[in-house]
Design a protein around this ligand. Structure first.
Ligand code: AMP
Length: 210
């Protein structure tokens, strides 16, 4: 299955994508995670992307399309994959079409701006890629990662003023993708719930997974 998760930053795409990835045994690919890793290790792409990502702006299409082309060519993508955070613009979606990618479902997780701002202020992340929330998904001791024990931090782009500009970018540039995929007849929507497990139940049912 080839699945896209759409939704505002903080809507829960990454969390749900990980769950579906485990259930279906296909990789979940996050362009945001690839970009953060490149920034951390200081690669050429990371240097190009840094200023955009840290201010909440989108990284230019050609850079992100290059990342995806390279990632989808890997052998673990042969039986399908989940895209979390790509495409985020109509030109990116068109590039996916031009690559000959045949999608099964585009699932949009709908969450109000108000709820997003509340969620982002409580998000805590670990260097290893794990993500928590002080209220909705706390780590066991609230401060350290359950997977690797490192101290949790706040993502730089989760600062309140950056969140508001990321939301504005989402509405203006990414939300039109709903129409793009609705026109292809592959868009499904679920209402993001306060409880993570409830959103998971709706997500699995929308994807026809038992
Ligand atoms: P995310 O972890 O998905 O919220 O992504 C973090 C940041 O990486 C975004 O705010 C963007 O700066 C950048 N990014 C991730 N995916 C894309 C994309 N498809 N297009 C442009 N920029 C992206």
């Amino acid at each position: 299955m080839r699945i896209i998760f759409l939704g505002a930053p903080g809507a829960g795409k990454g969390t749900q994508a990980e769950i579906v990835s485990e259930r279906l045994g296909i990789p979940s690919i996050s362009t945001g995670a690839i970009i953060r890793e490149a920034i951390k290790t200081g690669t050429e792409m990371g240097l190009k992307a840094r200023a955009y990502a840290e201010s909440g702006a989108l990284v230019p299409d050609d850079v992100v399309i290059g990342i995806i082309q390279e990632r989808l060519a890997k052998s673990d993508c042969e039986n399908g994959y989940i895209l979390d955070g790509f495409p985020r613009t109509v030109p990116q979606a068109e590039a996916l079409d031009a690559m000959g990618v045949k999608l099964d479902v585009v699932l949009s997780i709908e969450v109000s701006d108000e709820a997003i701002v509340e969620r982002m202020s409580g998000r805590r992340v670990c260097e290893c890629g794990a993500s928590y929330h002080v209220k909705y998904k706390p780590s066991s001791d609230g401060e350290h990662c359950d997977k690797c024990g490192k101290t949790l931090t706040i993502r730089r782009d989760d600062a309140p003023e950056v969140v508001l500009s990321r939301l504005a970018v989402f509405h203006e540039t990414t939300e039109p993708l709903k129409e793009f995929y609705a026109a292809k007849g592959i868009l499904k929507m679920v209402e993001g719930q306060e409880k993570l497990d409830d959103t998971t139940a709706l997500t699995l049912s929308a994807l026809g997974i038992q």
